[in-house]
Design a binder for this molecule. Structure first.
Ligand code: HDD
Length: 723
């Protein structure tokens, strides 16, 4: 490399060592087997037949955006080695200009997200309800899913307390269907006109732009304590659902009531549900806080790693079904009120098919950032209701893509292209890239032979359901049933186990404790009093305030056990076990355990004092004491020899970082197994060796025992309040 100062008289000569760049052309690194991009369809939706890779990054040589080959992209064109730089350097200007415009506005909400490709396979059980082609028996439909947090910016951490977005794009033969839902079945507000208010309240304070991706601040609690219809949603994400263990372990909900139309034109009201095969699991709060520092990409990484390792996450899509009655009520619950859910005990979820995510994106920007969802992307057989929140969403999503993606042609981006043929009369506009033919993009026309023609229902057209519209005066008002703001918050809280209720108390106490304004804390306590007197008094105690009397006592004793996340057993595939080793570990037993873990479909990560290979083997270790933390493991396996009764006879002191790892894993109610000096390590970490969920023995005993414990996710008995 040339000394940059070589032309300066007297400047010392600097020799900078350098790694040589390859000089022979070679193909770009191909996508990994777990990655694929959007299907190669043209902007008008027809398959292009283009070979993979022909769109971009093709050929051996670096080119400009116009395809001209470049001799040098490392130096700008200068008048002499010491400049100045010449304006005529079109490559410099193209490169810098493009770079200057690389960022697009992030989503106003749900900015932070992760995505994956997959397939939806229909069981055919929905055909009596809906004529949608993708719900017919055996039909496979490609999908793209984007999970997200709501409040944080694009670079914020994954494991914050928040609602999660769960948006699915089905590329059906009849056009694209988007199911744009959340991991919580109720919403903050009843009317879309309040959306800017709730979002402004939840976003960082405008003066200091603090805090990022948090609801633990004054403006949020100011709003929800005044606008009490938000209480039903808020309690769901103060509960464990607000800090999921993984995107793979979340339920999804369409939230609104939708309308399915069958071949006979019969309408049925439904609520959509996604049920994860992996079970519904959460982090505990301290774990989530550590995760956000240790690995802000925790959920994104977890999803990508699972898919890369062939551990494809899957969900069943189901519906709760309600008769389409004039009053749009079911068992006293107003189906048009999006702050209400229908307990599964009253209307069981009927399964329609399974979605499996089987490929990671090839390029995050092109796919995850540019994907554009819209609840108005509907297919024949699925229609909307008059839910005032949904009605406003039908406007908002199209509108937002225009500023976010720079114009009205975002549907032509590869990730957004329908897989059904597109034959529209939309023309021109920013970023137009469709190869349109014909001279008459208007209707009626004779010059293009009258094409394209309208389709009828028999030719697969979307026919709006002819729902009668109430003859009434124009009003800015809600139905009377919308003024019940508390009954379902009460129902939710009372349906939780004692451990989950304790987490809710801790969450409110933490969040309100972060507020500065006393009046806001008191007002939220007044709202909690209307939900549950016990909840209110425990939070009040934590805040050092007295509990107010309720304005209204809960009238119903109803519960819905289905909302509790504790009690079931779930497949353990994809769970992560950290095997903690040290200089005296028996490599034979470590590898035996690792193989047994893999055979059970779980992932073992070897943790060693330093990097390199496992002592006495050529097996690489994945984590060191410096890089490992308990939060990335669902369970720990102690294969250590350190401690008083060292198995090797040679005394190895127990590393402080191992003690932290063990103490944390225990505190977070994780299963811990081991052999060798396990007892010593547990004692040194302050752990009761006889506690529930501690298993000791050889790998062939310990690994199956850990797997059984993991089926329940955590050792719930360890929490002070029993499940
Ligand atoms: Fe929304 C994005 C889910 C109400 C306006 N919303 C967005 C995303 C999800 C949801 C999952 C991210 C999609 C993606 O990954 O690209 N939103 C919901 C649910 C709601 C809801 C389940 C209620 C049941 N949203 C809602 C209302 C409005 C919006 C009432 C406006 C009146 N939402 C938007 C938006 C976003 C969005 C501003 C931001 C980025 C985008 O649309 O594409 O238009």
């Amino acid at each position: 490399m040339t000394n940059p100062k070589e032309n300066i008289p007297g400047a010392p000569s600097v020799q900078t060592p350098k790694l040589e760049e390859p000089t022979e052309p070679r193909k770009p690194v191909p996508p990994k087997p777990d990655q694929h991009g959007p299907e190669l369809v043209s902007p008008t939706g027809t398959p292009t037949g283009e070979p993979e890779g022909s769109r971009a990054q093709a050929g051996d040589y670096l080119t400009t955006a116009q395809g001209g080959r470049l001799a040098d992209t490392n130096h700008s064109l200068k008048a002499g080695r010491r400049g100045p730089t010449l304006l005529q350097d079109h490559h410099l200007r193209e490169k810098i200009t493009h770079f200057d415009h690389e960022r697009i506005p992030e989503r106003v909400v749900h900015a932070r997200g992760a995505g994956a490709h997959g397939v939806f396979e229909s069981y055919g059980t929905g055909t009596g309800l809906s004529k949608a082609g993708f719900l017919a028996a055996g039909v496979e439909t490609p999908v793209f899913v984007r999970f997200s947090t709501v409040v944080g910016s694009r670079g914020s951490a994954d494991a914050v307390r928040d609602t999660r977005g769960f948006a699915v794009k089905f590329y059906t033969d009849e056009g694209t269907f988007d199911l744009v839902g959340n991991n919580i079945p109720v919403f903050f507000i009843q009317d879309a006109i309040k959306f800017p208010d709730v979002v402004h309240a939840a976003k960082p304070h405008p003066d200091r732009e603090i805090p990022q991706a948090q609801s633990a601040h004054d403006t949020f609690w100011d709003f929800v304590s005044l606008h009490t219809e938000a209480q039903a949603h808020t309690i769901w994400f103060m509960a464990d659902r607000g800090i999921p263990r993984s995107f793979r372990m979340m339920e999804g909900f369409g939230v609104h009531t939708f309308r399915l139309i069958n071949e006979e034109g019969k309408s049925t009201l439904v609520k959509f549900h996604w049920k994860p095969a992996q079970g519904v699991h959460s982090l505990v709060w301290e774990e989530a806080q550590i995760v956000n520092g240790m690995d802000p990409d925790f959920h994104r990484r977890d999803l990508a790693d699972a898919i890369e390792s062939g551990n494809y996450p899957s969900w069943e899509l189901g519906v709760q079904v309600f008769p389409d009655t004039d009053d749009e009520m079911f068992e006293g619950i107003d189906l048009l009120d999006p702050t209400k859910f229908v307990p599964e005990e009253l209307a069981p979820v009927q399964m329609l098919g399974r979605m499996t995510l089987n490929a990671n994106p090839k390029n995050y920007f092109a796919e995850v950032e540019q994907v554009a969802f819209h609840p108005g992307h509907l297919v024949p057989g699925i229609d909307v209701t008059n839910d005032p929140l949904l009605q406003g969403r039908l406007f908002s999503y199209l509108d937002t893509q225009i500023s976010r993606l720079g114009g009205p042609n975002f549907g032509q981006l590869p990730i957004n292209r329908p897989h059904a043929p597109v034959n529209d009369m939309l023309r021109d506009g920013m970023h137009q890239s469709a190869d349109y033919i014909g001279v008459a993009p208007y209707k009626p026309n004779s010059l293009d032979g009258g094409c394209p023609f309208h389709a009828g229902a028999d030719a697969g057209a979307f026919i709006d359901f002819p729902q009668p519209v109430e003859s009434a005066a124009k009003v800015r008002a809600n139905p009377a049933s919308f003024s019940d703001h508390y009954s379902q918050a009460t129902l939710f809280y009372r349906s939780l186990s004692a451990t989950e209720q304790a987490h809710v108390v801790e969450a409110y106490t933490f969040e309100l404790g972060k507020c500065y304004e006393q009046v806001i804390r008191e007002r939220q306590l007044a709202a909690l009093a209307n939900i549950d007197a016990g909840l209110c008094s425990e939070v009040a105690t934590g805040l050092g305030l007295s509990a107010p009397e309720p304005e209204q006592e809960p009238t119903s004793e109803a519960t819905s056990p289905a909302v509790s996340q504790i009690g079931g057993t779930w497949p353990v595939a994809g769970r992560v076990i950290g095997i903690v080793t040290d200089a005296g570990s028996d490599p034979q037993r470590v590898l035996e355990a690792r193989d047994a873990i893999a055979a059970a479909g779980m992932l073992a990560l070897l943790v060693a004092p330093v990097g390199g290979t496992l002592q006495g083997t050529s097996e690489p270790v994945q984590r060191t004491y410096a890089s490992a933390r308990s939060v990335e493991f669902d369970a720990l396996l102690l294969a250590t020899s350190a401690g008083a009764g060292s198995e090797t006879g040679q005394h190895i002191p127990i590393d402080e970082r191992v003690k932290v790892m063990v103490a944390e894993a225990f505190r977070h109610a994780k299963a811990i197994g081991g052999w060798g000096s396990t007892q010593d390590v547990l004692k040194a970490a302050g752990v009761d060796v006889d506690a529930e969920g501690i298993v000791q023995g050889n790998p062939d005993e310990v690994v199956p025992a850990l797997a059984t414990l993991l089926e329940r996710h955590r050792i719930w008995q360890r929490f002070a309040t029993q499940a």
